[in-house]
Design a protein around this ligand. Sequence first.
Ligand code: SF4
Ligand code: SF4
Length: 307
Amino acid sequence: MKNIIRKINPKSKRKKKRSIIKPINWAQARALALNKPPGIKHLEVTTKIGCSNRCNYCPQETLVREYKKRNNEIYMPIDTFKKCLNKVDNAVKVGFTGMCEPFLNDNCMEMIEIAAQKGHPVYISTTLKGLKTEWINRLEQIKFAPFLVHLPGDTENNIVKEEDYSEKLSAIIKSNISHKKYHFHGTCLHPAAKIAADLAHETKLNSRASNLKSIKTAKNKGPVVCKRSFAHPVLLPNGDLILCCMDYSLDAIIGNLISESVEEIYKCDKFIDLMNATMNDEGSICHQCDAYGNKVKNINIQLKIEK
Ligand code: SF4
Ligand code: SF4
């Protein structure tokens, strides 16, 4: 038995190399996944299912419907967070963003401190809803990378529903919280956020890999890979791990971090099936991903196949 390492280099002038870009079978996908399992580089934490901000570009209804078919655990308990965090290396970046405003779970402040104390680089994306102003002192003690404030666009009234929204935003701007950044979607800011007008920049929306029907999705052909190397999963409140933040339909639950190790999850049949689909099934979530799906011909990959 001998291992053959094949390199695909799109810049190569030797045309015959292109013939390697062809469908691979399940066993080859498995060999590829087992040869170099991606593991977790970034862990996004969804602290709650069901975001009351209900931004019109966010497929919340799909997520809530699919999650409730399987679970009743809406808010992530601290204990679940600790158990899952203990399964990942301290170098893993932990993001409080996921698929819901993180501070809608009252445990969020404590979770941030637990992750930071364990040595994880920590980042957050928050609309400030649920964030208590008395937590600002505690947030100033954390080295964020970054602390991203999602400001409301002019129609996003739910984000500013709390009576003290403008005062809270003002307190955040004046605070010494590290690495603050401000962004919004749409054409202009909500009047309640005008205090941040000079700080904010607009960011483009994507279709969430076709989970948002109002935005044209990618339809990539041929093998695709993830620009994030499939290493950026999302943790749900019950410990389930999904492939990434595009999977609002929960079609790509790859394991459960309470009951399994990271290694077991990335060697499971579900993950290997997904890898196989990215190579062969043009309807796969990654083929429809306009944010991070990348055609194989644009990158270098190595396939290690037993002969
Ligand atoms: S705040 Fe974020 S998670 Fe909540 S509805 Fe808006 S985009 Fe979705
Ligand atoms: S759907 Fe997009 S972000 Fe998710 S794993 Fe596929 S390419 Fe990466």
